[in-house]
Write a protein that binds this ligand. Structure first.
Ligand SMILES: Nc1nc2c(ncn2[C@@H]2O[C@H](COP(=O)(O)OP(=O)(O)OP(=O)(O)O)[C@@H](O)[C@H]2O)c(=O)[nH]1
Ligand SMILES: [Mg+2]
Length: 200
């Protein structure tokens, strides 16, 4: 699949802003700074569609991007940002919960994990939440350019074991080197094709 058009649509700061107009969505979640916005930019081949930052906790809203006039990417706020106070954490949890549970056209949630870091309790909580609520998801390892191929293999085995998943379930990516971008686009194309068939 080629992405030929990608435009910012809107942002939701609370549940009233969550879109439910039938357009299929792929959402990106993960710890703050894991590389969600960078991955969206790599997928659409633009440098600055989704705002990225070396300052953790930049994306605080649910940001929607229209892709090829037919589906959406949704950049979700990162979790595990140390400087966030309890009040803000509640806002985050309620916005995320609202998004994940009420989005009728959510096709897949991509859970991003830094290839160099063992999954945290928050990563596990997120995955358990998706399993519990029967929300389809895939795991993505990010920033793979930071490791050699041999180290990537080793890390992916550790991560898979920690999460009780098969390592084939994790797609290795690098926004910097465009590793895994085509695999990810093909995966999404497959999901969209199946949706089109089920609608016929
Ligand atoms: N080397 C390398 N750095 C990356 C990669 N992806 C992201 N980064 C860097 O990691 C930092 C965070 O990236 P973002 O895309 O802003 O992360 P995010 O998950 O959107 O963060 P929040 O919006 O704060 O939740 C930036 O400094 C990026 O340049 C990658 O594939 N390789
Ligand atoms: Mg971001």
């Amino acid at each position: 699949m080629n992405i030929t058009k990608a435009v910012y649509k809107t942002s939701a700061v609370d549940k009233t802003g969550i879109l439910n107009d039938g357009v299929p969505e792929f959402a990106f979640v993960g710890r703050s700074n894991v590389g969600k916005s960078s991955l969206i930019n790599a997928l659409v081949n633009q440098k600055r569609l989704a705002k990225t930052s070396s300052t953790a906790g930049l994306t605080k809203m649910v940001n929607y991007f229209d892709i090829n006039d037919s589906f959406r990417f949704v950049d979700l706020p990162g979790y595990g940002f140390a400087k966030v106070g309890k009040g803000q954490l509640d806002v985050w949890a309620s916005l995320m919960g609202e998004y994940l549970l009420t989005s009728q056209s959510l096709l897949t949630v991509f859970v991003l994990l830094d290839i160099r870091i063992k999954p945290t309790e928050l990563d596990k909580a997120m995955i358990n939440y998706l399993v519990y609520h029967n929300i389809p998801f895939r795991l993505l390892a990010t920033k793979c350019d930071k490791l050699s191929r041999a180290q990537q293999n080793k890390s992916i085995e550790i991560i898979a074991k920690e999460l009780n998943m098969r390592k084939e379930f994790i797609i290795l990516t690098s926004s910097e080197k465009r590793q895994g971008i085509e695999t990810l686009l093909n995966y999404m194309e497959g999901v969209l094709d199946r949706l089109a068939q089920s609608d016929e």
